[in-house]
Design a protein around this ligand. Structure first.
Ligand code: FAD
Ligand code: NAI
Length: 468
């Protein structure tokens, strides 16, 4: 086989693409991954999950130093913010991790091609790189080109005054007033970062609650907690205009249902109303790959598009736009192409919002179960009654487990609390195993541990929690 011919060519080096590449190589396939960004890791590592979590961690430490250390008996002379150092640390984390993926490619003998990929025909990818164009042959092509920011009609994102998440990860100064459009995951995470660093933050949301797709009880309580921290919410409202000038941005805001408009002044505006599939320049029209009306690549249960030999995974096919969902799909498609039985269980994909406290969710919400007419039991346990959370002085939130009323099988779980994003893993595993709430309830959890709240919520499904 010539160097320009591969079993699999993957377009896009994000969590979907790079994981597919490594898994396919592990399985003995020859693999090339085409990425035009100049670094691997996609949205997630470069301008998404990782830089946002780095900023969340640093800003959390700053807030703790300013407000929480004293009650632990730790006295500081004064706390100053060095925003440049904070951003520098974030950039270092990003470059370390993206370079780490290059090393993983080398270790696994994945060929990394820098450039923009275009599907010339089934079996052929044109790579436009720094040294011109070259065509490579592929038995299978995987589209893993991810997603991009959804724009708001009539509002121009300049990444200075009116920013997307990418601009909000790299502001040069703390804005006096940050207005966030969209009370979704990005709005609440990056809104929290800048509030902790000293900005006044107003979140404008079209629907009537924050985190609209989450379990309603979780949305409501999380909004209350964030309000207590200082985030202001303007719900059931829409931004119809944003004019950026020297001094800042003037927003025109109306009630979602219509009514008199008002003007709000902001120093910086963050547009965070969702993401859309990214297929620009891929040549999908020419080869006839079918897209949904919203632009997602349509695939079957084995990630195959309508064009033989062309597959797609990750954000570009829709569903939960999450890195770990893209990674699972990357592993599954590699295994399928190697003749194995790759599979993704979409019923057990966790979602985490990395505010503090964190929000974590898996499976069905109460609203979804009601809508589906499924009888369920609820077990709930507050962190106020968990000894570790109390010792840590971090006792906001609860664990809620939803189990089938007849079989006791766990159908969903929703957590607000310290390290909720890690605690949910136990329940995801339980759901993978088809466990009952009773299985979790009878599992020994170390004391004192936050995980005991999960056990107690499972006990509460049967009305027998001990510590409440
Ligand atoms: P992407 O990561 O978008 O990667 C696609 C890659 O393809 C890109 O690098 C792009 O340059 C490349 N590409 C596109 N077209 C071409 C082409 N023609 N040729 C060559 N290369 C091309 N998810 C989580 O699970 N947890 C989080 O904490 C989290 N935080 C986030 C925070 C922010 C601010 C944002 C914006 C997103 C966050 N996400 C998070 C979502 C996560 O980043 C995405 O779900 C994930 O990156 C999707 O992976 P992907 O491989 O499908 O696509
Ligand atoms: P989102 O879908 O989470 O939230 C968008 C919000 O904007 C929704 O509440 C929606 O009702 C609202 N909205 C839509 N149009 C509006 C308008 N015109 N005016 C006011 N509000 C409007 O999308 P977000 O926050 O942009 O994130 C994009 C994707 O990135 C998500 O799919 C998410 O899964 C992923 N992500 C994941 C993270 C994580 O896992 N921790 C962190 C950040 C992003």
């Amino acid at each position: 086989m010539s160097a320009e011919s591969f079993d699999v060519v993957i377009i896009g080096g994000g969590p979907g693409g790079y994981v597919a590449a490594i898994r396919a190589a592990q399985l003995g396939l020859t693999v090339a991954c085409v990425e035009k960004r100049g670094s691997l890791g996609g949205t997630c590592l470069n301008v998404g999950c990782i830089p946002s979590k780095a900023l969340l961690q640093s800003s959390h430490k700053y807030e703790e130093a300013r407000h929480d250390f004293a009650q632990h008996g730790v006295k500081l002379g004064g706390v100053d913010l060095d925003l440049a150092a904070l951003m520098g640390r974030k950039d270092k984390v990003v470059s370390g991790l993206t370079k780490g993926i290059e090393s993983l490619f080398k270790k696994n003998k994945v060929t990394y091609l820098i450039g923009a990929g275009r599907i010339a025909a089934p079996g052929g990818v044109v790579v436009a790189g720094p040294d011109g164009e070259r065509t490579i042959a592929a038995k299978s092509i995987i589209i893993a080109t991810g997603s991009d920011v959804t724009p708001l009609p009539g509002i121009t994102i300049d990444e200075q005054r009116i920013v997307s998440s990418t601009g909000a990860l790299a502001l040069a100064a703390v804005p006096k007033h940050l207005v966030v459009i969209g009370a979704g995951v990005i709005g609440l995470e990056l809104g929290s970062v800048w509030r902790r660093l000293g900005a006044e933050v107003t979140v404008i949301e079209f629907l009537d609650r924050a985190l609209p797709p989450f379990d309603a009880e979780v949305s409501k309580q999380m909004q209350r907690i964030l309000q207590k921290q200082g985030l202001a919410f303007k719900l059931s409202a829409k931004v119809t205009k944003a004019v950026a000038g020297e001094a800042g941005v003037t927003l025109t805001v109306e009630p979602a249902a219509g009514g008199p408009a008002e003007e709000i002044a902001a120093d910086v505006v963050l547009v965070a109303i969702g993401r859309k599939p990214y297929t620009e320049g891929l040549g999908l029209d020419a080869v006839g790959v079918a897209l949904s009306p919203k632009g997602f690549v349509i695939v079957d249960g084995h990630f195959a598009t309508n064009v033989p030999g062309v597959y797609a995974i990750g954000d570009v096919i829709g569903g939960a736009m999450l890195a770990h969902k893209a990674e699972e799909e990357g592993i599954a498609i590699a295994e399928i192409l190697a003749g194995q039985h790759g599979h993704v269980n979409y019923e057990a994909i966790p979602g985490v919002v990395y505010t503090w406290p964190e929000v974590a969710t898996v499976g069905k919400s109460e609203e979804e179960l009601k809508k589906a007419g499924i009888a369920y039991k609820v077990g709930k346990f507050p962190f106020m009654a968990n000894s570790r959370a109390r010792a840590n002085d971090d006792a906001d939130g609860f664990v809620k487990i939803l189990a089938d009323a007849t079989t006791d099988r766990v159908l969903g779980a929703h957590i607000i609390g310290p390290s909720a994003g890690d605690l949910i893993a136990e329940i995801v595993l339980a759901m993978e195993f088809g466990a009952a709430a009773e299985d979790i309830a009878r599992t020994c959890h170390a004391h004192p541990g936050l995980g005991e709240a999960v056990k107690e919520a499972a006990l509460a499904v049967d009305g027998r929690a001990i510590h409440i």
